[in-house]
Design a protein around this ligand. Sequence first.
Ligand SMILES: Nc1nc2c(ncn2[C@@H]2O[C@H](COP(=O)(O)OP(=O)(O)OP(=O)(O)O)[C@@H](O)[C@H]2O)c(=O)[nH]1
Length: 529
Amino acid sequence: MSKQQKKEVEQRRCFGIISHPDAGKTTLTEKFLLFGGAIQLAGAVKARKAARHATSDWMSIERDRGISVTTSVMTFSYRDFFINLLDTPGHQDFSEDTYRVLTAVDSALMVIDSAKGVEAQTEKLMEVCRMRNTPIITFINKMDRDGMAPLDLLSDIEEKLQIECAPLTWPIGAGKGFAGVYNLYKKELQLFTAGGKTRQKDGIVIQDLDDPKLAELIGESKAEELREDIELLEGAANPFEMEHYLSGSQTPVFFGSAINNFGITELLDALVEMAPAPGLRPAESRDVSPLEEDFSGFTFKIQANMDPAHRDRIAFVRICSGKFNRGMKVMHHRIGKEMIISNATMFMAQDRANVEEAWPGDIIGVHNHGTIKIGDTFTIKEPLKFTGIPNFAPEHFRRVMLKDPMKAKQLNKGLTQLAEEGAVQVFRPLTSADNILGAVGVLQFDVTMARLKAEYNVDCIYEAIDYNTARWVECPDNKMLDEFRKANQANLALDGEGQLAYLAPSQWRLGFVQENWPDVVFHKTREYN
Ligand SMILES: Nc1nc2c(ncn2[C@@H]2O[C@H](COP(=O)(O)OP(=O)(O)OP(=O)(O)O)[C@@H](O)[C@H]2O)c(=O)[nH]1
């Protein structure tokens, strides 16, 4: 390991934002980029979302709906750090990519709307974070609006997400009466100005809340309220513990208002001071350190159709160790071939740039023509296979039926490819010749439909089908597995990689079958082969 590598790794932060639609994720992202100097104008992220890939066919789905279908990466710097922010589509029709992107990050930022508390999508994304004990920083946004009481917000997070909250700032009032936040650790007051156009000024140090300066600045009644709150907090809230945060059992909480540029600096400071730099990554044979000399990385997302004429795809590769150099030769272990990465892309806020070099914690885009699938590992030599990049149990299902039966071969080819790219999951029932599509978000079906037609020239009918969820099943006892297969044949299918899955018509039914077959293991996720 070179000195430079150690420095580069320590300066990298790779994180994703989890939130429910409308909590303010895009606004916050934009402010990060503004503060990091990556963009000059507010509105650029939204505009970019709309303009992106305007030429490609199925991307028009994204445009038409005004949402981000695909997860993208934004790179910016703050202080001496290079930050890679992985965006997650926030619309209700989000996709499996949204989940999978969280397997590539080192930490997450959770944005909560102060009026709404924890919402459904945040709960789901949190479940994914929990799989790897991803450290989470919480930002409670929209404090300039009337919302829930701060203590109630903390209890809501603790109860619904089963994570301890440790407030690091505390709001003074809310809505029209929002006066700012008190930083509990720095013992600094940060005064709020509505419509703040630039980053906020440095805080005002107030060591002792009885200091008359406090009342002068925010008025006696607010000062009294703050004193009472802090006293209450001392009994009710948890002190911040770095280890608990890093192990994912505690989340530091900040309050602010993204649209007013308020609370952003504290968050960025927390991201560089507290959030972890790239760490060990588990592979099948061993854990890989980012400080190892040899390059390694894995694919967590594939974006197709940048140019439909060429079946061009970009594989998003998270670098786990070593240094990436342009033109580097790596082993593509799944297919056992060497590959030269000559035109990797780095994703900048407004543009893409060719990468000359990249380090652990960075994401590079590797062009290919369908040779890379989700979960593929690349290294210089050692045959590693990174783990923890799974398929997630679908919650929506469609039966695909060909309009022209002569196109069965193309359909199969298309579905296999789409499944490998993680665009959709394909299940083939044991008792019929149907193709059943499974997705985490229904938008994935629209994308599948558009791509099957554009790239494989197959027109299909997509029929709603009465399944509610799926579980991959395993049983160490072969005899019992046989019995289970016989008894549940009608609900069993093989996925794209031949793994047996139980398709459940309802949660109740799933629970019932699980109870009846206690020795059969039902998995909510499945690792790519
Ligand atoms: N009052 C107030 N509104 C805000 C604040 N931050 C964001 N908003 C508004 O909340 C709405 C949603 O914000 P977005 O940033 O688009 O939310 P999002 O979470 O990215 O939403 P999706 O794109 O659906 O994921 C917009 O109208 C914002 O202007 C804030 O601090 N205060």
